[in-house]
Design a protein around this ligand. Sequence first.
Ligand SMILES: Cc1cc2nc3c(=O)[nH]c(=O)nc-3n(C[C@H](O)[C@H](O)[C@H](O)COP(=O)(O)OP(=O)(O)OC[C@H]3O[C@@H](n4cnc5c(N)ncnc54)[C@H](O)[C@@H]3O)c2cc1C
Length: 701
Amino acid sequence: MNTSMASAGPGVGPGVGPGVGPGAGPAADLLGAGPGPVRGLGSSLGPAPACSPPASACDCPYSDATFLRGVCGPSLAIFLGIIEMVLRDRCDVAEPCRRARPDAFERRGQRDFDYVVVGAGVAGSVVAARLSEDKGVSVLVLEAGPEEPLATLVPAFAVKSVGTHLDWGFATEGEKRACRGTGGRCAWPRGKMVAGTGGMQGMMYMRGHPVIYDTWERLGNPGWGYRDVLHYFKKAEGNREMHLVEPGFHSDQGPLAVQRFPHRPLLAEDLVRAGNELLGYDSPPDLNGGNQTGFTIAQMMVHKGLRGSTARMYLRPAMGRPNLVVNTESLVSKVVIDADRGRATAVEFFDRNGVRHTVRVKREVVVCAGAVGSPQLLLLSGLGPTEELEAVGVTTVADLPVGRNLHNHVAATIHYVVGPMSMAALHKFLQRRSGPLTSTGLTQVTAFLASKYAENRVPDIQIFFDGFHAGCQSELQPALRCAPPNVTHSRGDFYDVQVDLDLDAAARSAARSTAQAHKSTVVVEGCPMTRRIAARPTATRTLSKGRLSLRSADPRHPPLIHGNYFAHERDLLVLVEGMKAAAKLAETRALRKWGFKLDETPAKGCRHLPFASDQYWTCVAQTHTGPEHHQAGSCRMGPAGDPDAVVDPELRVHGVPNLRVADASIMPVVPNSNTIAGIVMVAEKASDMIRATWRRPGLAG
Ligand SMILES: Cc1cc2nc3c(=O)[nH]c(=O)nc-3n(C[C@H](O)[C@H](O)[C@H](O)COP(=O)(O)OP(=O)(O)OC[C@H]3O[C@@H](n4cnc5c(N)ncnc54)[C@H](O)[C@@H]3O)c2cc1C
């Protein structure tokens, strides 16, 4: 699975309150998390309350939504609990004075706002920060989940909140051709917290091929072609490694910090070499530049060793603004629409105590609840296919194809055969923001390939990698439990960073100095260790379309989701090509020296088929489907008259112009890559369009 304080740290640059600018004092110096301007966010930020470490001395009360201690079972609960506690005591990490609260709305006592933003996820955080730059307007953000927990900021725990109370835990139903191993149900984790799914994702920064955005434009959406949206990619991007990327495509001025992890296993470099050996490339290209084909160590959304979610990079620097209120643990249940006037007039939500509130909206509602949450809310508000709404007792306001055009990438995992988290690692992380806790291991490597089915050689396969990351004992090979005597961890049941690093070095020198490769086994201090590395080829230009509808009119019930994977046969054919390409990697010179070998243990449910045949890979894809996490399109953008369109090219719901949707759900076609870069672009452009609307003569309120 693919999975930063500085600019968002105690100081937020020019225009900030007292004592928090550059050189603001001991916090910055001690922790190496120096404050600096949040570039691109303007200088209109209001004063932020000062705080200074240690956190027990931080001036603002903050209650962290802990989750880590539960993820590895009882044996590690104490160790992981300590990590959470230590993080809480770091003021620069915790930023307690910039946190949203579940009682912010009540405390403010204000019952009407110019803008109400639903969801403080990837897109919502950007929209809220941008709209509140205008001092004369008021912005309320309602987020169903709690604040972004501290442990989610540590890259090594990137996806550990999946399956916890921070995950909506959605699943598709009735898949006929996919997820057969799990009864036709594919898991769709989605983040329920400030930062949204951006708090549980792998941090990879990938935009997708220009042709995707040109397709959006061709489908009737002027202003969304690549030449136009490039401006917004750049507006958002704060690239800290401009020397690595192609001139003309990037910017170092935006709030979203983009750079490679400070740490990577040695194997990562060889994996890239192996891939480019296969493709005949000398050096990895900038996959966000002019050529999207090849293998690379990707740039990630990280800053100073911590996850750079949009909540951290956009929203928190804005939290001191008097015109911005962010209320957590608030489930929005309905947008109230005056059908006669075609206008959204209010938003209803339930607070953490289950009490219902109504907020009046003076200008616009901006729905940023994600590819599942946004269509669900529109449906609950009477916007959707009449028949479906009537079936659950919701009165139709406008008959719109909400929930259709839902689509996603699809993957399958293949394994190759070829350590543990300790106090030492924690120390390294806290002192220098270095070491394995600051990365996600091999997940920082990715590749884009064009299968034989690809149109115009535009990549239709992305490969992700996994392995060499912090994990629980259950994720390890049994042999790893044999702990060498010098292991620094106390119980021998968690990846030890020390071992991890030594293992890399030892494996390399062993493989180099002795021709007798240990094949899948390396020996460290007399302890035989086997590792399982995974590659996850992913079909990214999928043609299969699913749908989302209401299960009931109760906003607390999850919607019905039909992913409809592999409904279009080409998606499966492309994925099988991707699996074959990934299998070939094991044959490269660069990886053979590691004793890399395809794991030939037949996959459950596919043992009857000849290993590595097309039928075998097809069976693996359909049985052990990787349902992927790049859902999009469920409130599709398109012009008036397009029967598939829910929002117009300015992201206004057709028929309700002061209700916009801005997130992954508006994408007519999902990018052929990870999605966040594209979503942030959408949110930046949406914010500009909203602000421009209200600057028009006669409209300013
Ligand atoms: C395990 C995993 C790994 C991933 N890795 C990557 C990666 O490496 N790179 C990448 O680019 N993408 C990655 N993704 C995909 C990416 O995280 C999502 O595409 C992205 O977060 C979606 O953004 P969004 O703004 O559309 O929705 P979200 O970020 O999900 O935000 C929606 C927000 O709305 C809130 N909400 C929903 N309904 C309501 C309601 N009724 N009332 C109030 N609030 C509500 C939610 O709680 C949430 O906070 C990954 C996803 C997963 C699950």
